[in-house]
Design a protein around this ligand. Structure first.
Ligand code: GRF
Length: 199
């Protein structure tokens, strides 16, 4: 039993999850990306369910079902989205109820969405951060499990700020995943009450 990680990008959060010794049983990417190389280097199975191959009239439910098919054989008890670039449809929430985590580069509910780092800078915020939360069908709106602040520095670019946020995510996310996994295993199936406040 273990964790299925969904990724689309450089895979540094995936690498941190692996380095923390968390039991990743499989990785699924929605595009060719460095995260696939991170998985391969760690000897972890990875599948590519290419979003692009779904064409123009993107069928989100069919895509989600294919992601589920990729996860199914790998004893996944918890799904961790680590920079996954596709919003998934209801079937994944039915398959893994309250068992999908996400990390977001802002202090939710502030700055949800794809451009959280740019939006924090554009708003003139002085503090932003990262949020680990339970993923729900509504994007970036699920219950918060852990948050940590990051100070915005004068002269920060989206890249420099995002890099500092990611450095914090790489510590906070594996720790939160470990805590949730321990609770899941303690509670067994069906009686999960996620406790917040991992720091
Ligand atoms: C993280 O900042 C995450 O919050 C966001 O995408 C980034 C993923 O980075 N959704 P990486 O691919 O793990 O390096």
């Amino acid at each position: 039993m273990g964790i299925g990680v969904l990724a689309s990008g450089s895979g540094t959060n995936l690498a941190a999850i692996l380095e923390a010794g968390l039991p990743v049983t499989t990785v699924v990417a929605d595009r060719r990306c460095r995260a696939l190389e991170v998985a391969a280097a760690a000897g972890v199975r990875a599948d590519l369910v290419e979003r692009r191959s779904f064409g123009l009239g993107f069928d989100r439910v069919a895509f989600t079902e294919q992601v589920l098919e990729a996860l199914a054989p790998h004893q996944v008890e918890l799904v961790a989205m680590a920079g996954f670039g596709t919003v998934l449809a209801q079937p994944i929430h039915d398959a893994y109820p309250q068992r999908i985590l996400n990390t977001h580069p802002a202090l939710l509910p502030a700055f949800p969405g794809w451009h959280a780092v740019e939006d924090a800078l554009a708003a003139g915020a002085q503090i932003t951060g990262c949020t680990v939360h339970l993923a729900t069908l509504e994007v970036d709106a699920g219950p918060v499990l852990a948050q940590q602040e990051v100070v915005i520095l004068e002269g920060d670019s989206p890249e420099s700020l995002h890099e500092r946020i990611k450095a914090v995510e790489r510590r906070l996310y594996p720790r939160t995943i470990a805590a949730v996994l321990a609770q899941l295993r303690e509670a067994g199936q069906g009686s999960l009450a996620i406790r917040a406040g991992v720091r």
